[in-house]
Design a protein around this ligand. Structure first.
Ligand SMILES: NC(=O)c1ccc[n+]([C@@H]2O[C@H](COP(=O)([O-])OP(=O)(O)OC[C@H]3O[C@@H](n4cnc5c(N)ncnc54)[C@H](O)[C@@H]3O)[C@@H](O)[C@H]2O)c1
Ligand SMILES: Nc1ncnc2c1ncn2[C@@H]1O[C@H](COP(=O)(O)OP(=O)(O)OP(=O)(O)O)[C@@H](O)[C@H]1O
Length: 274
């Protein structure tokens, strides 16, 4: 078995990685082809021959490697060294269990759909969401949102979230959206603080092309972000285009420790608090 390790340098030092993570892997016979800070580039040849990408960090670190994992079509095993670690299947104290599961091929994977965003000359692929948001606390933006040329929303507010099912438990959850099981392939649109009584979150099919037009701002300017990273500054009359990506990623889930378990254990979903 060959793996490439990505890590969050803000959460894990290179010495700690080399001492406490690389060592057990190398002693187990699992070949670590390379290890790199999440978000950095990869040797194409090594990426091609790896069996898995193993990520040490929290959700944000997983998000940083989602696109490269999708491009090389490599399954992702996330090991939480962060806080919530909603997307993680192992904790950093479970290296031995992880090694054993890799050796015994005792890991199942769930396919996760991605979004593709075009704005200006930029193109990004995201696992959670694309967010259009005003850059300062004051004022509002006027936004038109089109689905295949039909204007679905036209509102004044703070912005808009376009989320995948995976992202439905991230910003979309905080913005009042429903939880969408990641086996579904849909696109969720959630206006942020829309000043209207007739606007609700909308769930679109993956075939729809979404155009978000920033009509104007009462003050300042806006940003469009992808998985929490700024993609582009937005000025009035600029558009953002979002479609479902053809790429998907396979995200490890420990046998028995599936999505509904994560909802229960990490978000306390549906649990009665005595
Ligand atoms: N008010 C909010 O809740 C808010 C605001 C901005 C961004 N975000 C989210 O943060 C994400 C970026 O994550 P980050 O860790 O780099 O930012 P971050 O450090 O600001 O963390 C945001 C929180 O969201 C959690 N999270 C991220 N993806 C998740 C998912 N798919 N399901 C459940 N929880 C998830 C993280 O664990 C963290 O607790 C963005 O994609 C966006 O969804 C949330
Ligand atoms: N390689 C990197 N270089 C710089 N920043 C990174 C890198 N990897 C992750 N980050 C940033 O570090 C921040 C925290 O990372 P991460 O989300 O993984 O940890 P966490 O917030 O503690 O865990 P969780 O998101 O699960 O609550 C995120 O904003 C993420 O964008």
């Amino acid at each position: 078995m060959k793996i490439i390790i990505f890590y969050n340098p803000l959460k894990l030092s290179k010495d700690n990685l080399e001492q406490n993570i690389l060592k057990p892997f190398n002693e187990s016979g699992i070949e670590v082809l390379d290890y790199a800070s999440a978000g950095s580039t990869l040797e194409e040849e090594q990426a091609k021959v790896a069996d898995f990408f193993v990520v040490f960090g929290g959700d944000g670190t997983v998000l940083k490697i989602a696109e490269i994992a999708a491009i090389f079509s490599k399954p992702v095993i996330a090991v939480n060294t962060g806080n919530l670690g909603f997307l993680s299947s192992y904790s950093s104290s479970e290296i031995k269990e992880l090694i054993e599961d890799i050796q015994k091929e005792n890991i199942s994977f769930s396919f996760r759909h991605l979004l593709e965003c075009h704005v200006g000359t930029k193109k990004v692929v995201v696992l959670n969401d694309i967010v259009l948001l005003k850059s300062q606390p004051l004022g509002t933006m006027n936004v038109d949102v089109k689905l295949q040329e039909h204007t679905l929303f036209s509102f004044s507010g703070d912005g808009l979230i376009v989320s995948t099912p995976t992202g439905s438990t991230a910003y979309a959850l905080s913005a009042g959206g429903p939880i969408i099981h990641p086996e579904l392939n849909v696109i969720q649109l959630i206006p942020l603080a829309a000043h209207a009584l007739n606007i609700r979150p909308f769930i679109a099919p993956p075939t729809q092309k979404i155009e978000i037009i920033l009509k104007n701002m009462s003050k300042g300017f806006a940003y469009v972000t992808g998985d929490g990273d700024i993609i582009h500054r937005m000025e009035p009359a600029m558009s953002v285009y979002v479609t479902s990506s053809e790429l998907t990623i396979k995200l490890a889930q420990r046998n028995g420790n599936n999505y509904l378990n994560a909802l229960d254990k990490k978000l306390g979903f549906g649990r009665r608090f005595e």
